[in-house]
Design a protein around this ligand. Structure first.
Ligand SMILES: CC(=O)SCCNC(=O)CCNC(=O)[C@H](O)C(C)(C)COP(=O)(O)OP(=O)(O)OC[C@H]1O[C@@H](n2cnc3c(N)ncnc32)[C@H](O)[C@@H]1OP(=O)(O)O
Ligand SMILES: O=CC(=O)O
Ligand SMILES: [Mg+2]
Length: 551
């Protein structure tokens, strides 16, 4: 008779400096408990994602679910809402969690900081555990950093002036291959990146955060439906019990950044109602999700050059209007998204143009009823704040604006008609160039980069590569008469590579390989980060692995 093996989490990578302070036996044991409870359910949700995508591919339209109509129609329920320190979120800065960015974000004067282990972070082992160390030290007020140039960084803002930290773990689709979870049957598989990022942060910091007068707060990325929200809600409740913190102290702001999730905003809030603080309009992944889900549904779903897909096109308006209305009906904050225009301290004219674009974006959001917004760079905070101050004045938010006049149909969310669909030669070139340069940066461990005056991260790069894939597969012809074929994109790739200033230690050859894998193959990887991570960022794979199903 065989006996079940005890489950465990083991480290399959080099231990960096001070990593043992994060990867303590107790923290690893907590990760094991999370995986015991939730690893199987994560697999079910990922399998469900695949099935739903197949249905959409086969022509099924998305709809508001008939089986959850009672949740949407019930006007009584509300979410927990803002936790302490989350009442006023008018400007949130986002960014990766290396020590310098952490300190700069905490000194930035923003109301909240989205500490990002997701779109803005290249998940090298050093970044994943290094980010946890920065957060651990920052929360204990002992984070310091000296740059290679000798500039010393400390947090100078008083505790009250510091932004409330909202950590964004990686999404359900990703694994953390430097940690292996051994299940009861004795199989070792890569840990869930979501459970690792969330679990380590909550385990080490939840109590300290509560004692500081704030709390363990999270942004939840790339959720596709309410059952995934339910899974997170159960993870939160389990964690609150395990760490002996009151039920409901964890707060989550859910990114509505996939097209299926846009049809389940009410249901997502309902599942998380004891923990939900709000929803965020994650525009870049949302656009990517539309392309991904409808990429094979014919010319009617082909979008124009990336630069033309703005927040004022009708289907993006429908999404943000519905998001604000849904949030305010339920006492949840509606948080706006990221304008990609960034300032350049060495170029005042470019900065002026960026500030004007950001102003327009934030004015529209504040006017539409959003309670706050994101900025990518500290120099954008005054501009974004001015637009929200003009609407909010000394009110912390505008939850009372319920927007009863808004009425959005299922069809409007994916009605891509009525926009100019022009694809240009420059649009093709730009997608190749941006995706390639972003991937090169990502491979060097930098997950957000300034490229051609725009903030690029994993979500914006996904748009570039998926547009290339779709334009090739739909046989798009550009305004100049060029048919977008694989051979054409290959020649653009050669041109871009030829035009670059190369150095001996750059990673453009690897970036080119990834771009080929995710834009030029017959298959469409669901996320570029899945193959890119597996091929290039994993230092040591766990022995005897059984891979999870593809996301
Ligand atoms: C789709 C989405 O998910 S959006 C959310 C994810 N994306 C992000 O979070 C992007 C965050 N932003 C960034 O990473 C950066 O602003 C970039 C990469 C876009 C530009 O960075 P840089 O080229 O270094 O900007 P720049 O040189 O102007 O920076 C000036 C100073 O501001 C700091 N800074 C810039 N952005 C940030 C930020 N987001 N948080 C904290 N500090 C920042 C820099 O560290 C630098 O500090 P220093 O003077 O002490 O050296
Ligand atoms: O995460 C935000 C987005 O726009 O994507
Ligand atoms: Mg995103």
């Amino acid at each position: 008779m065989s006996h079940p093996t005890p489950t465990s989490t083991t480290v399959h990578a080099e231990q960096g400096e001070r990593f043992d302070e994060i990867l303590t036996p107790e923290a690893l044991a907590f990760l094991t408990r999370l995986h015991d409870q939730f690893a199987g359910r994560r697999q079910e949700r990922l399998a469900d994602r695949m099935a739903r995508r197949k249905h959409i591919e086969n022509g099924r339209d998305l709809r508001f679910l008939p089986e959850t109509a009672h949740i949407r129609e019930n006007t009584e329920w509300r979410v927990a809402g803002a936790g302490p320190g989350l009442e006023d979120r008018r400007v949130e800065i986002t960014g990766p969690t290396d020590p310098k960015m952490t300190i700069n974000a905490l000194n930035s004067g923003a109301k909240a900081w989205l500490a990002d282990l997701e779109d803005a972070t290249s998940p090298t082992w050093a970044n994943v555990i290094g980010g946890q160390l920065s957060l651990h030290d920052a929360i204990r007020d002992r984070l310091e950093f000296t740059s290679p140039e000798g500039k010393h960084y400390t947090v100078t803002a008083s505790p009250d002036e510091r932004p409330t930290i909202i950590m964004r773990p990686r999404g359900w689709h990703l694994t953390e291959k430097h940690l292996g979870y051994t299940d009861r049957a004795g199989y070792t598989r890569a840990a869930s990146a979501s459970l690792v990022d969330f679990g380590l942060y909550a385990f080490h910091n939840a109590t300290a955060l509560i004692e500081s007068g704030r709390g363990p707060y999270f942004y939840l990325p790339k959720i596709e439906n309410h059952l995934e929200a339910r899974l997170w809600d159960d993870v939160f409740t389990f964690t609150e019990n395990a760490l002996h913190i009151p039920h409901g102290t964890i707060r989550a702001t859910v990114l509505i950044e996939t097209i299926p999730a846009a049809y389940e905003m009410d249901e997502i809030l309902y599942e998380l109602r004891d923990h939900a603080a709000g929803l965020n309009a994650g525009r870049w992944d949302y656009i990517f999700s539309i392309i991904k889900n409808f990429r094979d549904r014919g010319r009617g779903f082909v979008l124009p050059d990336r630069a033309q897909i703005t927040m004022t096109v009708p289907f993006m308006r429908a999404y943000t209007e519905l998001l604000v209305q849904t949030c305010h009906k339920r006492g949840a904050h509606a948080i706006g998204g990221m304008s990609a225009f960034i300032p350049n301290r060495r170029d005042p004219e470019a900065t002026e143009r960026a500030l004007a674009k950001v102003s327009d974006d934030k004015r529209r959001e504040a006017g539409d009823g959003f309670d706050g917004t994101w900025v990518a760079h500290p120099d954008l905070i005054p501009t974004a704040r001015a637009e929200f101050d003009a609407v909010l004045s000394d009110r912390p938010n505008q939850l009372e604006r319920t927007r009863p006049e808004v009425s959005v149909t299922a069809a409007q969310l994916v009605d891509l008609s009525g926009i100019d669909r022009t694809v240009t030669d420059a649009g093709v070139r730009s997608n190749v160039s941006v995706a390639l340069r972003y991937l090169e940066s990502w491979l060097r461990g930098t997950g957000a980069a300034a490229i051609d005056g725009l903030m690029e991260d994993a979500a914006t790069a996904e748009i570039s590569r998926s547009q290339l894939w779709q334009w090739i597969h739909q046989g798009v012809v550009t305004a100049e008469g060029t048919r977008v074929t694989r051979a054409h994109v290959e020649s653009e790739l050669h041109e871009v590579l030829r035009s670059l200033d190369r150095s001996l230690d750059d990673r453009f050859d690897d970036a080119e390989n990834i771009l080929r894998m995710v834009a030029l193959e017959e298959d469409f990887p669901t996320f570029l980060t899945i193959p890119a991570y597996a091929h290039y960022l994993v230092d040591t794979a766990p022995a005897r692995t059984r891979e999870p199903v593809a996301a």
